[in-house]
Ligand binder design. Structure first.
Ligand code: SF4
Length: 713
């Protein structure tokens, strides 16, 4: 049980001296208006710094925090304002590329709905008043709810929690790769093996939208480009609702939601029985499980027929090396790794990752298991103060977690955030957070950055709002207040970070520091590792045939888990599948639509055990007939002028159905009833028709000559 209260002295010190002034000196940006010992100095551009040419932009390296992948960015700064972001060409992870979410970081930064002042019980307050409010009920068990976190922010958070008695840290991400990580750790002894899509000649993916939101999509897009260069690799995607990766596949297979494990084992069965692919290394029980997955059983469970299984197996055998990836359920990911073992992909398209020699900096990937644990602890009355940052549990939690009740049982809820959202409305104190483009940090990408790579986040410009504090500064203030050793000398997070990086690179010289900032990255020592194979894995095959219509909540590159719904660029960007903008929809297969009696644009109510949402129908062949797919991201009730009351949120009506192997909340197992409401309204789509009306805009062949989709779709 923790007892330490927050010492306002340190926070005020950080507020007065931290961040901007030191930051801008640190990254050699023009300091026309700086804060030094409380004194503001304003210079005219008539006498700019000698390296500043008005009208000419200067690029600075930093890190993108729009999703947990942690790509490197270059930001163009002109007259002290960040104007454009691009990928940092020097990083191995994203090699000069940036996705649309990364590009939209500017709208996060300049968003007119940013919180500019602390708030206490919904009213504007000063920092001293906010800290006093936290201390009022003060003491007790302090916990943190964050998204994925790594680098020196993680170090300070650990130090702060240890110093204040060891409260828990729940790292939450709705879109995560936990199933893949857990199965990979169990079967090949490596949760984050390097994946070489570019070296594969065939890729088979089950529910892993690697071009959209899975793991590190910008890296995978680049690798995918090489994969498609001659000799062109063959992509097969198996999933209940077409993703961006599925839309790019040569062969897209619709499987009943939750039945992908059966399909993967069915492919293994064909490999073993028809192509004599050895199952050496697999235990007898695993081999026996594969032996039971003949074509008729797989077809009954998944709707995927034997011819399709044979085609997939043939593709894998004919195009070696291959790579099989999967996510969603532990068993599916385990079956995928069994396929990799059978196909001999280890060592070619899957290679061991390296351990970071500085384990305290490694990435704590978020999970939904952590969200469940947080709700349980809160409901049990075990949390006195909760700091919440980088997550919006009131928006993402399924109804069964009773998040509102859970938050009600916490003594003091403190949101540290840039925006008001559903969660801040339930918090007692809201503290304004600096934007990632105004802040310092280090980030260790969980995947794909190269051995030991640490990405540096440096401010691109002065803070827009004087009262917003950097995340590292807040953590440093808390750690100092907790009496943590060795931190008293640091006046701000910049000072701490610079000292820590100097220790890491073995030099405290100005030139060495500037070289790190210019590169936007540095390297920590690593420890080699090798795969340790465990072929004795229990794979359970679910029977979801009795589920009827099943809700599948899909993540899209754009609004993601809903965090980007307040960015007009991303609301306006057409959805990769439906091409819809500024609204939600439900994807329904034509056969299912006929059964229900609905047509495009009809409103339907989608009812689960825990609630209902009403949205319009988008009839689409890219879903399994047993699926009703609703993209996550919209449906906010309180998230600024661009997101509030736009669309519906399918996450809140999900059942809390837990994968027993990972503790993760399944997003594709909630049975729903669908009923037409009688309303019909036009769904605004930027591509309203897929017909060319004779204009020959794109070369096509009749579908009858090219059976790309199978499995009932
Ligand atoms: S994948 Fe996109 S949003 Fe995520 S870190 Fe990279 S550029 Fe940013």
């Amino acid at each position: 049980m923790t007892t330490t209260k927050i010492d306002r002295r340190n926070f005020l010190k950080v507020l007065g001296l931290g961040g901007a002034g030191a930051a801008l000196a640190g990254c050699d940006m023009p300091s026309y208006a700086t804060l030094e010992e409380g004194e503001e100095q304003v210079f005219s551009y008539l006498a700019p710094e000698e390296y500043v040419i008005p009208g000419i932009g200067v690029w600075y390296a930093s890190t993108c925090l729009q999703c947990p992948a942690g790509c490197g960015v270059h930001g163009r700064v002109r007259e002290g304002r960040a104007l454009k972001l691009e990928g940092n060409p020097k990083t191995k992870l994203n090699a000069g590329k940036l996705c649309q979410m990364g590009q939209a970081a500017l709208q996060t930064h300049y968003n007119p709905d940013r919180i500019t002042k602390p708030r206490v019980n919904g009213k504007d307050a000063t920092w001293p008043e906010a800290l006093a409010a936290i201390n009022e009920k003060g003491g007790g068990n302090i916990v943190w709810l964050t998204g994925a976190i790594s680098g020196h922010q993680r170090v300070l958070l650990d130090i702060h929690l240890k110093a204040t008695g060891g409260g828990k840290h729940y790292a939450v991400e709705t879109v995560n790769t936990k199933a893949w990580e857990a199965a990979s750790a169990d079967i090949i002894g490596d949760a984050h093996p390097n994946l070489h899509i570019d070296k594969a000649r065939a890729v088979l993916s089950f529910n892993a939208d690697f071009l959209g939101t899975w793991m590190s999509p910008v890296k995978f897009m680049t690798d995918y480009g090489r994969f498609r260069a001659a000799p062109r690799g063959v992509l097969t995607v198996v999933e209940p609702a077409m993703s961006l990766s599925g839309a790019n596949a040569d062969h897209w297979v619709a499987a009943r939601p939750g039945s992908e494990t059966a399909v993967a084992l069915g492919v293994a069965h064909v490999l073993a029985s028809k192509y004599g692919v050895t199952t050496t290394g697999l235990s007898v029980s695993t081999t026996d499980t594969i032996a039971t997955m003949d074509a008729s059983r797989v077809a009954a469970l998944s709707g995927v027929d034997g011819a399709t299984l044979s085609k997939i197996a043939r593709t894998l055998v004919a195009n070696s090396p291959s790579l099989v990836i999967a996510d969603g359920h532990y068993d599916t990911a385990a079956a995928a790794q069994v396929l990799n073992l059978m196909l001999g992909n280890l060592g070619s398209t899957l290679t061991p990752s390296a351990d970071l020699g500085a384990p305290h900096l490694t990435n704590i990937g978020g999970t939904t298991q952590a969200l469940t644990a947080f709700a349980e602890d809160a409901n049990a009355g075990a949390i006195d103060i909760a700091f919440i940052t980088g997550v919006n549990p009131m928006f993402t939690a399924p109804y069964g977690l009773n998040m509102m009740d859970a938050l009600d049982k916490i003594g003091t809820k403190v949101a540290i955030t840039m925006f008001e959202d559903e969660t801040t409305t339930a918090c007692d104190v809201v503290l304004p957070l600096a934007s990632p483009l105004e802040d310092w940090g280090t980030h260790v990408p969980a995947f794909g950055a190269g051995a030991g790579q640490i990405h540096i986040q440096q401010p691109l410009m002065e803070k827009l709002h004087a009262d917003a504090l950097g995340f590292g500064d807040i953590l440093l203030g808390l750690a100092q207040d907790g009496g943590a050793d060795g931190l008293d000398d640091f006046e701000d997070y910049y000072g701490y970070l610079r000292t820590a990086i100097s220790a890491l690179i073995g030099s405290d010289q100005e030139a060495a520091w500037n070289a790190v900032l210019q590169a936007g990255q540095t390297t920590a020592p690593t420890l080699e590792r090798a795969f340790t194979i465990n072929g004795d894995v229990t794979i359970n095959v679910a029977d979801t045939t009795a589920h009827g219509l099943t809700l599948v909540t899909t993540a899209r590159q754009g609004l993601y888990d809903g965090r980007h719904a307040n960015l007009p660029w991303l609301q306006e960007a057409p959805d990769q599948i439906s091409k819809a903008v500024w609204d939600s929809w439900a994807e329904i297969h034509p056969k299912t639509a006929t059964k229900i009696g609905v047509k495009d644009g009809d409103y339907v109510s989608i009812q689960s055990k825990g609630g209902s949402i009403t949205t319009r129908v988008f009839i689409y062949k890219g879903v399994h007939p047993g699926t009703i797919a609703v993209p996550m991201g919209r449906g906010h009730s309180h998230y600024g002028r661009y997101a509030t009351d736009v669309g519906v949120n399918p996450l809140n009506i999900l059942d809390v159905d837990i994968d027993p192997r990972t503790g993760e909340i399944n997003t594709d197992t909630t049975p729903v009833k669908v009923k037409a409401t009688g309303d019909n309204r036009y769904l605004v789509r930027l591509m309203d028709t897929d017909k060319q009306y004779g204009r020959k805009l794109a070369a096509t062949i009749p579908a009858s000559q090219f059976h790309r989709t199978e499995g009932g779709a």
